[in-house]
Design a protein around this ligand. Structure first.
Ligand code: DHB
Ligand code: MG
Length: 219
């Protein structure tokens, strides 16, 4: 038995990424551009990015909405998943982040499939027209319920929703004043109580520590 330490989760994650994802110069360049720009290194793990790409393909999604572009890492994965002729609309509140993402997405050869909308989700989402086939929510956790509300309104029966970061080192089981954790708890509560969603969630350990994601489908 290998000790379940954060270092070992990371090593196993790196092993899985090396084995199943392999070297990916476009994604590595996107990460490096993000780091050089001094942006937070909170993009999805390599294996999670591949998961998003596969899930997008499995769902047959042609129109994908992403809330929270950051440096475009997950956007590139989603854009690969929709394939040629597919479309990803991604929303980023920080113009400097959007500029870095634009370059990386174009350099990855999927720029023609991706539209970046710069602005706060709460402002941009009401301007969009659905339906989207898949929605990936990975932005400020305080607004999770707002984003889920829009995802429901912009979807159709069968639309897949992925909500990132639903475990937060286990803190979701605690009473807390932390607004990010409270937003995460509220998002999970909404997925459970709102009859429009059918959902589950999985814990994930790996290079990003201890976290997880919720997977939901619109009824
Ligand atoms: C944070 C946000 C994320 O989307 C993530 O994947 C990890 C951490 C954060 O804001 O702390
Ligand atoms: Mg995230």
């Amino acid at each position: 038995m290998v000790e379940p330490t954060r270092e070992n989760w990371s090593e196993v994650d790196a092993h899985l990424a090396r084995t199943l994802v392999g070297s990916d110069p476009d994604l590595e360049a996107a990460l490096s551009a993000q780091r050089v720009a001094g942006m937070p290194e909170i993009e999805v793990a390599a294996v999670a990015g591949k998961f998003l790409q596969l899930l997008t393909g499995i769902a047959g999604a042609r129109r994908v909405l992403e809330i929270g572009t950051l440096g475009g890492y997950s956007t590139i994965c989603l854009a690969r998943g929709v394939g040629e002729g597919g479309r990803v609309i991604t929303i980023e509140a920080e113009p400097a982040h959007a500029a870095v993402a634009r370059q990386s997405i174009d350099a990855a050869g999927v720029g023609d499939r991706v539209e970046i909308l710069v602005g706060r989700g709460a402002d941009v989402l009401p301007t969009l027209t659905g339906p989207f086939d898949l929605v990936f929510i990975d932005a400020d956790k305080q607004s999770n319920t707002v984003y889920l509300e829009h995802a429901a309104g912009l979807g159709r029966p069968g639309t897949v929703i992925v909500l990132d970061n639903v475990v937060r080192s286990g803190e979701i089981i605690q009473d807390t004043a932390d607004e990010m954790v409270r937003g995460t708890q509220a998002g999970l509560r909404m997925l459970a109580d709102d009859p429009r969603f059918d959902a589950t969630a999985l814990q994930v350990v790996g290079s990003k520590g201890w976290d997880g994601f919720a997977l939901a489908v619109l009824k």
